[in-house]
Design a protein around this ligand. Structure first.
Ligand SMILES: Nc1nc2c(ncn2[C@@H]2O[C@H](COP(=O)(O)OP(=O)(O)OP(=O)(O)O)[C@@H](O)[C@H]2O)c(=O)[nH]1
Length: 856
């Protein structure tokens, strides 16, 4: 305060000589702040000087607070926008879950973990280490409370976390959702709690809802910023019918702008604004009912000159309200409208009665109304409507500025004060407590006013002479009191006589009114601080608390996700490598199995068929020889028997190949089961179907006619010829013939066998059949081999995809954990800053100043 005594607080000291001539001008270029009342230096030690100083300091604090809140709003909007982006890539969890709170041993239920996994792997994982690898199925978080009843600290909970990656932990309580105020999601489904609905919803849907909430919040914050940056303040003047509201407004303006009448006349809301807001043009804009006013659009109002205002204010049929632009050329330290600090507008409301009390109550509740001034007639006290209004308004606006008007009419002033203050005590305790600042007993009519059209008379110096304004002197037109106890000056028997003639008394009234004015000014400034800054402060505190909770939960969720995927990766990585190795090893094994099987079958078939062909002559074919007559048939039979023998050798080879194939199919199958487990697709293999397509048409192939030569062993014949040489020709012929006929069963088979063998050799029969059989086996084995190979391939691919997906989740979770970790810090920091914005006890010498009634 000692500094303040010497320093304006705006960066320039008094000795800078800005305004040391005491001139009542302000210098807008000097600082950002606009309020610099000229009488700031008048009597430094005087009460007025201190009051002015105090409001000066108040303004300084106001600007500091306003700037701090404005900065925080900007920062919070940026934070929300960043959260929206984050939410798009990493859908934020809506905390129906409670993150581990600092331990509250008495009440806290044991925590149960559940999760919603971001997993979502597209395909089933494969077997790892011969045991099926099955990450847990996706789950949404579910409400679960209190399995264990004993208390548990966060670090206990931390330690309790299983080493193996299981479900990431979520600590669920539906109450956490209740902790939200601004970002609370509106999920109303009858019969379900918010938490239940949240749990049943997809993460993305919740993220989308949250996104909407964030948008709303950003919009609201921007409105709040506009509001705190708005330099205007609206003062609603209301009160009973004929209490003198219009007269009071005129007195504040020092001009008779609003029509005053003995009878109730104001029937619409009249807002009086500085003409500067209307291009310095004095006029009234009457706004027809159901039209939204836009000063720049003349279609939205009718223009009236000020002296015709009466026509407008009484016409509640056509108009709903009117804006009255007036010039207020009083000095900034005197003028309420043009005060150099805020653009104040006065709203003269229609008098209260049973019909209007609701409308006015609603009007007063509007956000833009910073201050409510209640005008009550000193003679009439509070009517029923007044009481109803005040009780209702007290709920919204703790303090009401009370103007007890027509005090000039009261003879026993002390008694009147006592009675009215008593009533105020009942109607608004808070106002009563600050009554020295908030309750003023004045005579508005005693304040000199200039006519609506004429120039303002320039302020209260001497203009109060005779107690009359330039256009309307005090009169006895003030309503007569109902209360018999009230004693009115100029009452019965003195019609028309002024209530007070003494010049000294008028001066007193003017002083009282001026006191009211400076109180009102302080009150407007302070209330403005509350009504403009408090909503921003409260909202910021709420939104930052919500963000902090959201961030804390999501940081924990991100950490859990991270733990989970890191654990899963520890299993997947080696499984993936193993699976890749298995793929190539098994592929080689299978190739080898097929190759070995086929070559063995080829070799085996070749040996057997070759043997069969070469040995067919020695085989007992069991074909009876029934003499020469049937020799030809015999030869045919022998030939067929030989071919059958060879065919059955081939058939035997085929069935051996079948057996071999079954064995190899089983080998491949066991390889599949070994490496793919249950994911191995087993094919049904029916060996009976093998070798059915191509019948061995051997008989057709060996299609030669039996020749005579086949029956004779020529070389044997020549041997014989030698032996029988010397015997007679006939005997010789006979013997030879007999020998030939006799030797047919011996000579025919080798002969036929040779021919068959030669024919088969010429068609490469053995090789062809061996090849055919081994080819068929290869063809059969290729199926399970291919299935196994593609199974292994799929396993590698799946594990690779799983690995990639987990890696992605890991990366995202790391980003999210970091982001939300920062957000936790940022929002806590932001909240502290906003908490530091102290709107209650702001300016020293102002806050609490009402208590004593003197600003110190
Ligand atoms: N004696 C005396 N008369 C006053 C005072 N203030 C207002 N009046 C008179 O009271 C009557 C009503 O004043 P208005 O200002 O029209 O009252 P109001 O509350 O605006 O009336 P409505 O808006 O119509 O309800 C007028 O005749 C004023 O001259 C005052 O301080 N003393």
């Amino acid at each position: 305060m000692s500094n303040l005594d010497h320093d304006s607080g705006y960066g320039g000291s008094i000795s800078d000589g800005y305004i040391n001539d005491g001139s009542k001008h302000w210098n807008p270029g000097m600082t950002e702040d606009r309020y610099l009342p000229g009488d700031i230096f008048e009597g430094e030690g005087g009460e007025n000087g201190k009051r002015v100083m105090a409001s000066h300091v108040h303004q300084l604090y106001y600007n500091q607070n306003r700037a701090a809140l404005g900065r925080q709003i900007t920062r919070t909007v940026e934070t929300l926008k960043a959260l929206q982006q984050m939410n798009a890539t990493w859908p934020a969890q809506y905390p129906t879950v409670r993150h581990p709170q600092p331990p509250k041993p008495e009440s806290r239920p044991g925590m149960t973990h559940s999760q919603s996994s971001a997993g979502g792997s597209g395909s089933a994982p494969r077997q790892i280490d011969n045991k099926p690898f099955r990450p847990d199925a996706l789950k949404r978080a579910a409400t679960s409370l209190g399995e264990a009843s004993s208390a548990e600290s966060s670090s206990d909970a931390e330690q309790r976390r299983p080493k193996q990656p299981k479900e990431p932990e979520r600590l669920i309580t539906p109450e956490a959702a209740q902790d939200f105020s601004v970002l609370k999601l509106n999920m109303n489904v009858q019969g379900f709690t918010q938490a239940e609905i949240a749990h049943s919803m997809k993460k993305e849907s919740i993220a989308a809802l949250l996104d909407g909430k964030i948008n709303q919040s950003i919009k609201h914050l921007l409105l709040l910023r506009d509001r705190i940056e708005d330099m205007s303040s609206k003062v609603l003047v209301t009160g009973d019918l004929n209490a003198g509201k219009s007269t009071f407004c005129n007195a504040l303006l020092r001009r008779k702008i609003l029509p005053e009448d003995q009878q109730p006349c104001t029937s619409i809301f009249c807002e009086v604004l500085d003409a500067k807001e209307n291009g310095n043009l004095e006029e009234a804009h009457a706004i027809p009912k159901h039209v939204t006013y836009n000063r720049n659009d003349e279609r939205t109002y009718d223009v009236y000159p000020l002296h015709e205002l009466e026509k407008v204010v009484t016409d509640d049929e056509k108009y709903s309200q009117c804006k009255v632009y007036v010039k207020d050329s009083r000095a900034i330290d005197e003028s309420l409208l043009n005060n150099g600090v805020v653009d104040i507008s006065l709203i003269d409301a229609p008098g209260l009665n049973a019909d209007s009390v609701k409308t006015t109550g609603n009007f007063a509740r509007q956000e833009e109304i910073d201050v409510v001034v209640f005008v009550v007639s000193a003679a009439n006290h509070f009517t029923l409507s007044a009481k109803e209004f005040l009780l209702e308004a007290a709920r919204e606006k703790a303090y009401i500025f009370m103007v007890v008007n027509g005090f000039d009419n009261i003879r026993d002033k002390e008694r009147c004060q006592r009675m009215i203050l008593g009533q105020i005590g009942i109607l608004s305790r808070t106002t009563f407590k600050e009554s020295s600042e908030l309750v003023h007993f004045v005579s508005s009519k005693a304040i000199p006013t200039a006519p609506p059209t004429g120039p303002p008379d320039g302020g209260g110096d001497g203009g109060a002479s005779g107690g009359s304004g330039s256009s309307s002197g005090p009169s006895n037109d003030f309503p007569q009191p109902d209360d018999e106890d009230d004693e009115l000056i100029g009452k019965h028997g003195e019609p028309g006589s002024p209530p007070d003639k003494g010049k000294g008394k008028d001066k007193e009234k003017i002083e009282d009114f001026e006191k009211l004015e400076s109180s009102l000014r302080r009150f407007v400034l302070e209330k403005r601080a509350r009504s403009k800054l408090a909503p921003a402060r409260t909202y910021l505190l709420n939104v930052l608390a919500d963000l902090n909770l959201l961030a804390t939960v999501n940081r924990d969720v991100a950490q859990s996700e991270l733990d989970r995927v890191v654990g899963e990766l520890e299993e997947i990585e080696p499984a993936f490598e193993k699976s890749k190795q298995a793929r190539s090893e098994v592929s080689d094994d299978v190739d080898k199995t097929i190759e070995d099987t086929c070559s063995e079958i080829y070799r085996n078939t070749r040996t057997i068929v070759t043997n069969a062909i070469s040995q067919v002559a020695e085989t007992d074919l069991k074909v009876p020889y029934s003499g020469l007559m049937n020799a030809y048939q015999y030869a045919e039979d022998i030939k067929m028997a030989m071919l059958d023998d060879i065919s059955s050798a081939v058939t035997m080879c085929e069935s051996q190949a079948k057996q071999k194939t079954i064995g190899s199919v089983n080998t491949i199958k066991s390889l599949g089961i070994l490496h793919l487990g249950n994911d191995y697709t087993d094919l049904t293999f029916n060996s009976d179907k093998m070798f059915r397509g191509r019948r061995d048409a051997l008989a057709r192939e060996v299609d030669f006619d039996i020749e005579i030569a086949d029956f004779f062993d020529i070389s044997g014949l020549w041997d014989r010829q030698e032996k029988v040489a010397g015997t007679g020709l006939v005997i010789s012929v006979l013997l030879t013939s007999a020998y030939l006929l006799h030797s047919i069963p011996h000579t025919l088979p080798p002969r036929l066998s040779r021919r068959i063998s030669a024919t088969l050799a010429s068609t490469d029969y053995t090789h062809r059949n061996s090849l055919r059989i081994s080819h068929e086996v290869r063809k059969i084995l290729r199926f399970p081999a291919e299935t196994l190979r593609s199974g292994l391939q799929a396993s590698v691919r799946d594990l690779g995809e799983q690995r990639e997906e987990r890696r992605k989740v890991k990366r995202e979770s790391e980003v999210a954990r970091k982001y939300f970790g920062n957000l936790v810090r940022e929002t806590a920091e932001g909240r502290r800053k906003v908490e530091d914005v102290d709107l209650e006890g702001a300016a020293p010498g102002v806050a609490g100043g009402y208590e004593s009634g003197v600003m110190v």
